[in-house]
Design a protein around this ligand. Structure first.
Ligand code: MF3
Ligand code: CO
Ligand code: CO
Length: 272
């Protein structure tokens, strides 16, 4: 057997693995529903992090990011021009901000990973548009994939939509396989590249789709002072949504659907 085939086979979950991932996704989504209730002007990102940590521990589970490669907190909170990996601290959410909260938990050894961008009203038209675009790009990609499709199906759908709306797609940070491991193959770029045109999404594979959409140029800048925070180079806004997906024999299954969050087709607005 080719080494390549063997590596792919390791990524295919059996029935027990699929059930483990379903349970992890379900809990992670429940946590997102809890967090959503606390998002408003005046709250600090540190308070959001405390809610994530306490709710996770109270349910007997583990925040995956805490201590991951030295990351210090239980979630990522990325405000306005921050693309991803913003570290919760005493920063206060203000009217007009958009903030992405990215949560990953470990439930009985399996990972659930998702994020949402929240609008703190009143917000500008651009803030609403970039948030809407990131959300729509995620669902367009989910709708486009099927068992046996190439990974580039995702990037093709996302780039086409972002371009149509005059926005750009981040390239340096990508979606990923996950299971018992937080980040594992395959890489899920949100733009088509050579490798993704060759790799297939097979039944039993679990992965994230998490497009980061910039209002201005796609270029990024890593904050050297904390080694984590990623910002747009031009200082313009960036938004992101993420789901954990299981590819089944019948098509994609979203494992991190929330009860109260925005569902497919949702229209965001910036009014209070
Ligand atoms: N949750 C992020 C993702 O979607 C990863 C965060 S890793 C951290 O893959 F260390 F920055 F928290
Ligand atoms: Co995430
Ligand atoms: Co992820």
């Amino acid at each position: 057997m080719l080494k390549e085939d063997k590596n792919v086979r390791k990524l295919i979950l059996d029935r027990e693995g699929r059930e483990g991932m379903r349970a992890a996704g379900r809990f992670n989504a429940q946590l997102m529903d809890e967090v959503r209730q606390h998002i408003r002007a005046g709250v600090t990102t540190g308070e959001i992090d405390r809610i994530v940590q306490e709710f996770t521990r109270d349910h007997g589970h583990t925040p995956a990011t805490l201590g991951y490669l030295g990351y210090p907190k239980s979630c990522c909170t990325s405000i306005n021009d921050v693309i991803c990996h913003g570290i919760p601290d005493d920063t206060v959410l203000r009217e007009g901000d958009i903030v992405n909260v990215d949560i990953t938990t470990i439930v009985d050894g399996w990972h659930g990973d998702q994020s949402e961008t929240f609008i703190i009203p009143p917000a500008t038209e651009e803030a609403v548009a970039v948030t809407q675009t990131a959300f729509d790009c995620l669902y367009l990609a989910i709708d486009a994939i099927f068992p046996g499709c190439t990974i580039s199906t995702i990037g093709d759908a996302i780039v086409a939509e972002a371009k149509r709306r005059g926005f750009s797609v981040v390239r340096e940070y990508v979606g990923h396989g996950l299971g018992r491991v937080f980040h594992q193959p395959p890489n899920i770029p949100h733009f088509p590249d050579r490798r993704s045109r060759q790799q297939k999404l097979l039944p039993g594979m679990c992965f994230t789709i998490e497009p980061m959409i910039n209002a201005g140029s796609r270029f990024t800048m890593l904050d050297k002072s904390d080694g984590w925070t990623v910002r747009t180079r031009d200082g313009k806004l960036s938004a992101q949504f993420e789901h954990t997906i299981l590819m089944t024999e019948d098509g994609p299954e979203i494992l991190t659907l929330t009860e109260h969050g925005p569902s497919k087709g949702h229209r965001f607005n910036g009014q209070p």
